[in-house]
Design a protein around this ligand. Structure first.
Ligand code: PLP
Length: 392
């Protein structure tokens, strides 16, 4: 019989469980804060929350394991994980730029990213978004106050690559930071830090999570830059990844190389089957890009991501709807990078101006090839095209 009071039993702070076991899978350290045996210990550790465990809004041991894995995969110095890709993007950009600075956005980027930097204009930050086909062209848009050059390679919706080493060289010549959203290729197929990019961002919600069950983000780069982003963007905005989501992302990383290799195989087969089909006007993906795009792919990608887009032969949106509704293995839904194939027409009824801005037609459809059998997917695509256009 214990003579502890109920309240005291319920509020007992436990010492760490003795290490009489070693779990194969890392522990989910689901705690908001950490306690100390002495105040001296607390004082010594709490001055540096980025490197010590004080409060999970700063650092957490499960999240730390994920960060260390991502650092190694990207050949970086440090990583910070966030509760979403947008959390990572906004925290990094807010840290790197100040009032009066200029951000140069290259080519198409994820829509929310573009909206976010445009929103920053109200705080006196200038933004230009330019469409270029080779890095050299960006020189025309640099300004004395350009502080950040931001891009994706390949780019959202148009899936066009840029020469990473060139972008870096030109940006560095005026002292601007470079930041890339590298979600499409994952760290398995592209490591931008090797070419001098300052900050690499991944949405963990896509390939890294890989099971369509988490939202998360990460930035990786030099320690000095990532620490700065930790102190400002991460700590002030508070887009903190939960330990359980970090654990799920670690679980996703276990199979990332295997999944990426299968997806690389599948996307090549699917695009081979579609690229000469007269019912498709255009496919956007580096595997079927022009010679320059192929040259860049050889230089920078060791495999292909499986997100692409295409336009049907004509612009009739009724045909787009018929095609999408006829697919059996491509679910209609947002996001991508999970196990399941997805389809999403880019026209939503109210965004024609945005499509025009990106040079896209109403018949533009984003497709994600998942982990299903590639022949099943090809048959599915062909039967859906048959339903719209008839056999050919
Ligand atoms: N970058 C790309 C290329 C994306 O497709 C997305 C999400 O769809 C994001 C960033 C944003 O990531 P999250 O949804 O994790 O905030």
């Amino acid at each position: 019989m214990t003579n502890q009071k109920f309240e005291d039993i319920c509020t007992e702070v436990f010492k760490p469980i003795s290490k009489s076991y070693i779990p194969m899978s890392p522990e989910i350290v689901q705690t908001s804060s950490f306690y100390y045996e002495t105040y001296e210990e607390f004082m010594a550790l709490s001055v540096d929350e980025k490197n010590n465990y004080v409060y999970t809004r700063g650092s957490n041991p499960t999240t730390k394991i994920l960060e260390e894995m991502l650092v190694k995969l990207e050949s970086g110095e440090k990583c910070k994980v966030f509760s979403s890709g947008m959390g990572a993007i906004s925290a990094a950009i807010l840290t790197l730029v100040s009032q009066g600075d200029h951000i140069l956005m290259l080519n198409t980027v994820y829509g929310e990213t573009l909206s976010f930097v445009q929103y920053l204009q109200k705080f006196g930050i200038e933004v230009t978004n330019v469409y270029i086909s080779s890095a050299d062209e960006m020189k025309d848009y640099l300004q004395d106050n350009t502080k950040l050059v931001y891009f994706e390679s390949p780019s959202t919706q148009r899936f066009e690559l840029l020469d990473l080493a060139e972008v870096t060289k030109i940006s560095k010549s005026i002292g601007a930071y470079t930041m890339i959203d590298a979600t499409w290729a994952s760290p398995i197929f592209q490591q931008p830090l090797k070419y001098g990019i300052d900050v690499v961002m991944h949405s963990l919600s896509k390939y890294i999570g890989g099971h369509s069950d988490i939202v998360g983000g990460a930035i990786i780069g030099k320690e000095e830059i990532v620490d700065k982003i930790f102190e400002c963007g991460h700590q002030y905005l508070g887009a903190v990844n939960s330990p359980i989501n970090s654990w799920l992302a670690i679980r996703g990383l276990r199979t990332l190389p295997v999944r990426m290799n299968q997806l690389d195989n599948s996307i090549r087969q699917v695009l081979d089957a579609l690229k000469d089909d007269p019912r498709i006007r255009k496919i956007y993906h580096p595997y079927v890009g022009n010679d320059y795009q192929k040259e860049l792919a050889d230089k920078y990608l060791s495999g292909y991501g499986s997100l692409f887009s295409m336009e049907l032969a004509d612009e009739d949106f009724e045909k787009v709807k018929r095609f999408v509704n006829a697919l059996n293995y491509f679910s209609i839904g947002v996001s991508w990078g999970g196990f399941e194939s997805l389809v999403l027409p880019s026209f939503k009824g109210n965004n024609i101006e945005k499509l025009n801005y990106r040079g896209l037609k109403k018949s533009h459809i984003r497709m994600y090839v998942g982990l299903e059998n590639s022949e099943t997917l090809i048959e599915d695509l062909k039967q859906a095209l048959d339903k719209v256009y008839g056999n050919f």
